[in-house]
Design a protein around this ligand. Structure first.
Ligand code: MN
Length: 718
């Protein structure tokens, strides 16, 4: 007798029958060596004694739950570590056994897995929309570290859903919603169809018990007649295939309740339309035979136009492969047929888990694994930049995919999120291409960069050396990759600019105190940096430039004057040239232009915002004088600034066009026009213009004022 048999025979009667261990051992024997099964059995012993005396809500001994979780994973042929961890997954949370005990007895890897699952247990999601971003991020991070953690968790959730039992309805609903919103999509994204389907059906059952019952009954009723039709057509398929010498299996497909419900809800179909669809799956040995068989059945029944999908050539994002077609069957009944190889069928069922035991063989290019790995690597990269909310947004796009497929000029397929633009495409090809793209062609025609793409288009990106990403792109890109890349670029750019500005700010503040960077000297600077916890002056300048640290205070600190020490204020001012980039911006409330009297307001993370002295926002000055700094304009500034004017006119046709023409004649561009008010015989228009400076603006206003229907021209200042 082998070890497992001896072990099982030693167990007391009840556990042999009730705990599901025998079945688990049978499943494991089909793919694991004996020594691995021994490890699983000792985990069972460890778990059973740790959970001793605890019961499930159903009254069964607690250990039945972890064994059931392990069973599900064993059916997907997961390795011994994962099975062992599944058996021990609740031990640390719910019993006095510690992680160290597990590590000592079962090794580091198993302990890590158990720890990962225990941590996930502490996370509760309310719904997809409300999922706490940080919790969600933790979950994803656990998954990135070891994907087996999430497989144990999904299987744990499945068994809990199967045994929800007599819980209060409100609690059931919460768990059901969480299952539909978070766990089923993750199972789907990882391609584990068997888990996804069960999670969805159980989630549906507990969230909408009434709808579930109605649907379930309707399906049951139609099953008798269905079965006959399915049988007849299957036989017909098999016969035709045999005549062509094709060896394959034809299976009548069972309906998955939740998918029927979703079809009804989303496509507003009637129950009868959805139920009377017959599903078939044809399993074959190789890909060529799949296409051959497709041709064959298209000869038997006419295919419905637009319903054929080739997921063999273009796999779904989670690695799923199959041919899909719908035929007009007898009496016009729709027949949905899936055709795929045995291997594809296995992948369709277990997705990322389907090649588990081969994972050591890195050469095997198992698609779902590769895709899962790519996805997770992507997530890992994402989470290093950006907030939890951004991360959640990005992951949501991934988990609830709505993909389009476009082609590169070489004919490679590129999957992108729905609504993706040419810029998303450029970044999907390569970050460098995205960063340097200046124009795009769709099907060989030039289009604006913001153009959304549609399925099947061929997209070509035109790049230019030295071109840079435009912050404006953030308003239309859809993919997380593009968004992250553009943000990173901005961040780097801003770092350089802010060092420069910070240095000037500090210099100015030191001058106010009658000092300078040179006078402060290297020794004092080094000591100060150390006291501030900074590594070098560049870091200090950057913080100053970004407004995270205030230059007047830093200057005092450097020259050794305490907080209350008096110093001459505003002797020198910060001179701005309009070329500082993103660290200096111009307030949209008062639109300052060169020549205006201005002040600068330090905003943490955004550098200095310039306001006109008349601006209403300067009332803040009293409250936070340390944040306002004196600013003056450089003499010759060679760029245009936005500026707003209001024009009151009599209502005459064409008056707006005339004003626009006058403004254009004065060498200005109009960025925006708005009608602020319209009365019986006059209107107030607001123009946003680009001007060089005050002199230029004055000239424009004079020209407009001279026009016959213009009553008044003024510059706003909120
Ligand atoms: Mn559990």
């Amino acid at each position: 007798m082998d070890y497992a048999a001896t072990f099982l025979s030693r167990l007391p009667g009840a556990s042999r029958r009730g705990h599901g261990l025998r079945r688990l051992v049978d499943t494991l024997k089909s793919y694991l060596p004996d020594e691995h099964i021994e490890q699983v059995l000792s985990a069972y012993e460890f778990g059973a004694s740790a959970h001793e005396g605890q019961t499930r809500k159903s009254g069964e001994p607690y250990i039945t739950h972890p064994v059931a979780v392990a069973q599900e994973l064993a059916e997907m042929h997961l390795d011994a570590q994962a099975i062992t961890a599944a058996i021990l997954h609740d031990v640390v949370e719910d019993t006095s056994a510690s992680l160290d005990d597990i590590e000592e007895q079962f090794g580091h890897e198993v302990a890590q897995l158990v720890d990962g699952v225990s941590k996930l247990d502490q996370i509760q999601f309310r719904s997809r929309a409300e999922a706490q971003a940080e919790s969600f991020r933790k979950m994803m991070m656990a998954m990135i570290e070891d994907i087996r953690v999430i497989l144990v968790k999904l299987s744990d959730r499945l068994h809990n859903m199967q045994t929800l039992g007599a819980m209060p309805a409100a609690k059931k609903k919460r768990i059901a919603r969480e299952t539909l919103d978070i766990y089923a999509p993750i199972a789907n994204r990882l391609g584990i169809n068997r888990l996804k389907i069960q999670l969805e059906d159980l989630g549906f059952k507990h969230l909408y018990p009434f709808r579930y019952r109605v649907l379930d009954n309707a399906l049951r009723k139609s099953k008798g007649t269905q079965r006959q039709i399915v049988k007849r057509i299957s036989e017909e398929f098999v016969k035709s295939m045999a005549e062509e010498g094709i060896d394959g299996e034809v299976i009548g497909r069972e309906k998955h309740l939740y998918s029927i419900y979703k079809k009804m809800a989303e496509k507003k179909r009637l129950l009868a339309d959805v139920v009377d669809v017959y599903g078939f799956r044809i399993i074959l040995d190789d890909v060529n035979t799949c296409y051959q068989t497709l041709g064959l059945i298209h000869g038997l029944y006419k295919p419905m136009p637009g319903r054929f999908k080739d997921y063999i050539a273009i796999p779904r994002i989670n690695g799923y492969q199959s041919l899909h077609t719908t035929l007009f069957g007898p009496k016009g009944l729709p027949l949905e047929v899936q055709i795929r190889t045995r291997e594809m069928d296995r992948v369709a069922e277990s997705g990322v888990a389907s090649h588990w035991l081969y994972k050591a063989d890195e050469k095997s290019d198992a698609t779902p694994q590769r895709r899962a790995r790519e996805w997770l690597a992507n997530l890992a990269e994402l989470q290093q930049s950006g907030t939890s909310e951004e991360f959640l947004e990005s992951v949501k796009v991934d988990l609830f995919p709505d993909k389009i497929y476009v082609f590169t000029p070489k004919g490679d397929i590129m999957p992108l999120p729905k609504g993706a633009t040419t810029v998303d495409f450029a970044y999907a090809v390569h970050t460098d291409i995205g960063n340097r793209c200046v124009a795009a062609k769709i099907n060989r025609g030039l289009v604006p960069l913001r153009t959304p793409l549609a399925n099947g288009q061929t997209v070509e990106i035109i790049t230019a050396r030295g071109a840079k990403p435009n912050p404006n792109w953030l308003t239309f890109v859809r993919s997380a990759k593009a968004r992250t890349a553009i943000r990173n670029h901005m961040k780097n750019l801003r770092a350089v600019e802010s060092v420069d500005l910070g240095k000037r700010l500090l210099d100015k503040s030191l001058k106010d105190l009658g000092s300078s960077l040179r006078k402060v000297g290297k020794v004092r600077m080094a000591a100060a940096l150390e006291e501030l916890g900074l590594n070098n002056t560049a870091e200090l300048f950057e913080q100053l430039g970004l407004g995270e640290r205030l230059s007047p205070l830093t200057a005092r600190f450097l020259v050794g004057i305490d907080e209350n020490g008096e110093a001459d204020k505003n002797i020198a001012s910060l001179v701005i040239a309009g070329t500082e980039g993103m660290v200096i911006s111009y307030a949209k409330c008062c639109y300052p232009i060169p020549g205006d009297d201005v002040m600068g307001y330090l905003t943490a993370g955004r550098g200095v915002v310039i306001h006109r002295n008349q601006c209403g926002n300067l009332s803040n000055f009293r409250k936070q004088p340390e944040k306002w700094i004196a600013v003056s304009w450089e003499k010759d500034i060679d760029r245009d600034f936005s500026c707003q004017i209001q024009v009151e006119t009599r209502n005459r046709t064409g008056v707006l066009a005339e004003i626009a023409a006058t403004i254009a004649d004065s060498g200005s561009n109009i960025e925006q026009v708005e009608v602020l008010g319209r009365h019986e015989d006059c209107s107030v228009l607001s123009f946003l213009l680009l001007v060089h400076d005050r002199v230029h603006l004055a000239q424009i206003m004079r020209d407009v004022r001279k026009m016959s229907h213009v009553i008044r021209v003024s510059r706003d200042c909120a």
